[in-house]
Ligand binder design. Sequence first.
Ligand code: PBG
Length: 340
Amino acid sequence: MAKRSDISEKIDSATGGLRLRRLRQNDWTRRLVRETKVSVDDLIWPIFVRDGDGEDQKVDSMPGVFRLSVARCVDAAKEARDLGIPVIALFPYTEQAQRDERGTEALNEGNLVCTAVRAMKAAVPEVGILCDVALDPYTSHGHDGILRGDCIDNDESVEVLCQQALVQAQAGCDIIGPSDMMDGRVACIRSALDGAGLRDTLIMSYAAKYASAFYGPFRDAVGSGGMLKGDKRTYQMDYHNGDEAIREAELDIAEGADMIMVKPGMPYLDIVSRLAREFEMPTFAYQTSGEYSMIMAAAGNGWIDGERAMMESITGFKRAGAAGVLSYFSPRVARKLREG
Ligand code: PBG
């Protein structure tokens, strides 16, 4: 027997002979002890709908993401079904001409989102649909609520957001996703839905949504980027705060949220982890447009392996305790999981 070197003696006495690399030596050992697994069931796929027919429109700041006609949204729903993705999140691109001060188009039951929801649910009822509740795709100022002077009026906004939620739920939306960060909106939306006999409509509240630089490409995708007056820091959370996320989530849950969401995702894994542990509620992470585009841009330049970075980032959310992830990568992740 070879004499054990001094360094080996030293290592074994320091670790008590425990060598963690033993479990990493083969693919099969790594698979055997793997703690976190991503499944297609964890995925929510966001898509952008636009008016008119014809070809998918590129979103310049989001390589691989397109604005789809209603017919193409139906195709996406079929693709989600075939891949096994449980939910599609739907966001509208609204032309400048259809926007106004109060976001009136949000309450039009024939608007783009409602039209797409009806078409998708008629063709593919087994795929869930999540709709954002917030006025920014519809307002001329790009804010999520109603402006009074320089300020977003909380209570007046909530009144309109309740109507928006109702219009979407009546069109067949399964999950209402209030992303506006007004105070008290979950309670008001829940009672509006219940009052209209829509007791089964789910609410996934953006419980902790931060005023973030990572939404830039999304605002380009929905056409609200250039027009935003000021910023959203009087209603979206200050990113220096973590305890406040607990208070936000606590309120949303008390007000009737069925699921909660943290947004953005990657720089906020501590918040995902805290909320998932604290409340033991289905807690989702939103991998935002900026996070997506960072990975895509670096991969496009050959600086990182995009596919590996994609899987690593999605797995990170699950490891942090997320029940699932809303990600622009969802169909690609689903295909990757299928390939094995
Ligand atoms: C609207 C909304 C935003 C996003 C989702 N819903 C933008 C914002 O709050 O300004 C961002 C999503 C993303 O960046 O992918 N309230």
